[in-house]
Write a protein that binds this ligand. Structure first.
Ligand code: EPZ
Length: 419
């Protein structure tokens, strides 16, 4: 199994170009089930998750080809098997996104319930309750959702908690339901905005995009589109900004949409990090001795993203003074604390609030990745530690970061992938 060997304390200087967003390409690939023709999706990140989604679409009968120019072509016209098996769904929760489009297109679907995760539970009750509100009959048999949606009727749906995945799934059904659906407490994440914009370009009628209330007027059919380009990955961008802030140096993180990172930019500025925000990049000029402790709370967009919580925690270990992090999306998303403490951090947990001691000097150690974003925090910590660190189970990082060791090496880091 691959591991990363990292020699710490090398300042970073240069340009890092961000790839397309993992959490956008996955719903767009699921939505291609509704596209009756060949769709070219460009700016696709090379991730194991996009490969998993392509395997799932192929299993259902679609033709999917990865091209050399960071694009994939998906032809769903021959897709005829609305079945998502456990062996694929268990490896990636986002596979559950296919439930909505399969129902909208075929009127029925059999999709495995998602497996576990490093933290959780991560239920799908909002997805299922929303589908039932649209007239879908749901039964659970042997770990599978058996859905009969032959008569989709628009309705008013309110999510008890904002859910990115449930918003995506319900929108992809409601666009072909009879009548109007309103979703309150809907997700407004940029990735969901792009999904809604793609569906509208296919003839759907969704309004309120980017707000927490979506109104969907059902249509009888969709047309097909031939091209779409994935928005830049704001979480990857935030990861590299935090890495540069922690390690020190002058780094330009390019090919981004700065407004998608507003909450992160504000937090970095509060931590006394010097940033220059340009049209499609951010230049960070960092000196680790100037970082001020800054408390954060994770929240749904446009709040501070939970997917940057672990990375921020690592940064605060170097700040002047102690700080806290309150995790409001996943109360137990803290598997990275023990691993960070092995590298010399001193972080405690009290009632879902992490208490972080600042001013720490990190020392290289062997650590283990537990999930995509925890792995990113461990890489940043290793880059800030004296000596050598070894990070095992890097398959987690390969799910969500496209060529991370190449991007970091290009700006001066000493990080090597080893067998
Ligand atoms: C998406 O997951 C992202 N994944 C996650 O990124 C991200 O952390 C999360 O949104 C929150 O922003 C993708 O987009 C592929 P949710 P999702 O439904 O849709 C609860 C990463 O590292 N909930 O918005 O699964 C849930 O437990 C990954 O890239 C229910 O209770 O998240 C959580 O507390 C990790 N019932 C909250 O809602 C449901 O039916 C938000 O979850 C659904 C969700």
């Amino acid at each position: 199994m691959d591991y990363f060997e990292i020699h710490g304390l090398k300042t970073l200087n240069g340009v890092i170009e961000v790839s397309g967003a993992k959490n956008a390409v996955l719903p767009l690939m699921a939505a291609s089930i509704l596209n009756q023709g060949k769709l070219k999706i460009s700016n696709v990140p090379t991730l194991s998750d996009s490969i998993t989604m392509s395997k799932l679409l192929k299993k259902m009968g679609a033709e999917v080809n990865f091209e050399s120019d960071n694009s994939i072509s998906v032809d769903s016209s021959k897709l005829d098997n609305p079945f998502a098996p456990y062996d694929l769904v268990k490896t990636m929760r986002a596979s559950f996104y296919v439930l909505g489009p399969l129902l909208a297109r075929f009127g029925n679907a059999k999709v495995s319930l998602p497996g576990g995760c490093a933290w959780g539970p991560r239920p799908v009750d909002f997805h299922l309750d929303g589908l039932k509100a649209l007239g879908v009959k749901i039964s659970i048999e042997n770990g599978y959702v058996i859905a009969d949606g032959s008569n989709l009727i628009g309705n008013k749906i309110h999510f008890p908690k904002i859910s990115v995945g449930a918003t995506g799934n319900i929108v992809m059904v409601a666009i072909l339901a009879k009548g109007t659906t309103t979703i309150t407490n809907a997700a407004s994440e940029p990735e969901i905005q792009q999904l809604c914009e793609m569906l509208n370009s296919m003839g759907a009628n969704i309004s309120g995009i980017g707000t927490n209330t979506l109104t969907i007027k059902g249509v009888t059919s969709l047309n097909s589109i031939s091209n779409i380009s994935v928005i830049p990955d704001r979480i990857e961008a935030g990861t590299f900004l935090i890495a540069a802030a922690a390690v020190g140096g002058v780094v330009e993180v390019s090919n981004i949409i700065p407004e998608h990172l507003d909450s992160v930019i504000k937090s970095l500025q509060k931590a006394n990090i010097e940033l220059e925000v340009k049209d499609s990049s951010i230049v960070i000029r960092a000196n680790v001795s100037n970082i001020l402790s800054t408390n954060i709370e994770t929240n749904e967009y446009p709040g501070f993203p939970t997917d940057l919580q672990a990375q921020w925690m690592m940064l605060m270990c170097l700040a002047k003074g102690n700080s806290t992090i309150k995790e409001n999306i996943y109360y137990d998303r803290f598997t990275h604390i023990m691993e960070l403490n092995r590298l010399g951090c001193n972080i405690k947990l009290e009632d879902s609030v992490a208490i972080i001691e600042g001013g720490r000097r990190l020392i290289g150690a062997d650590v283990m990745s537990t999930d995509i974003r925890a792995s990113a925090a461990l890489i940043i910590a290793a880059l800030c530690a004296s000596g050598t660190s070894k990070i095992s189970r890097v398959y987690h990082i390969d799910r969500g970061y496209d060529k991370i060791e190449e991007k970091l090496t290009n700006v001066g880091a000493e990080i090597f992938r080893k067998k």
